[in-house]
Design a binder for this molecule. Structure first.
Ligand code: HEM
Length: 156
């Protein structure tokens, strides 16, 4: 029993570090894709295979973060947290919903950009959807640091 508990705790810790560290990859890929799309739009540049791949990598990284987050949410029993406590509520509701909305925006933005018929429209779709996703992710992380004093902007 003891060794089972230990093993379980070890798994959770690994998942927490993975989810915590993976945020940097998601944010950097999103930011680079956003900047490229904005420059592509303003500079009337073609929509390249490189642009398309970058957007897909940002999308995949966000989906991996979603899976890691969902697994943590259930194995850590976050869904059972007491909502009358602000820190608990942040993890139970706000983090989950804000991040899922951001990931939906990334998914929809990427899918819509594929359907657009001109390079300008593709770039515009990406910078709008990824831009809002970045804003929501940033807001969720600012909220996290404000609500839960044990968290830091650049933790791991
Ligand atoms: C783009 C999406 C996401 C980003 C950037 C993100 C980022 C973060 C960050 C920065 C932390 C704090 C880590 C630390 O203090 O070391 C965290 C923790 C957590 N996240 Fe996310 N997250 C995302 C999506 C999600 C989703 C969709 C869920 C759940 C369904 C989720 C569940 C959790 C949980 C349960 C924790 C607390 C883990 C712990 O106790 O340390 N996350 N996330």
């Amino acid at each position: 029993m003891l060794s089972f508990e230990r093993k379980k705790m070890g798994m959770n810790e690994i998942l927490k570090s993975a989810h915590s560290g993976w945020r940097y990859l998601v944010i950097i890929l999103l930011l680079v894709a956003f900047i490229n799309a904005l420059m592509g739009f303003l500079g009337k540049k073609p929509y390249t295979e490189g642009n398309r791949k970058l957007n897909v990598f940002a999308l995949i990284s966000a989906h991996i973060q979603l899976v890691l987050g969902l697994v943590l949410y259930f194995i850590e029993g976050v869904y059972k947290y007491d909502s009358s406590n602000a820190i608990a509520r942040y993890w139970k509701m706000e983090h989950l919903s804000m991040m899922i909305i951001a990931i939906i925006l990334i998914t929809v933005g990427n899918a819509r950009s594929k359907k657009m018929d001109t390079a300008a429209k593709k770039h515009k779709t990406i910078f709008i959807f990824f831009g809002f996703a970045l804003l929501i992710i940033t807001a969720a992380i600012v909220m996290m640091v404000k609500v839960d004093g044990s968290r830091h902007y650049f933790g791991m």
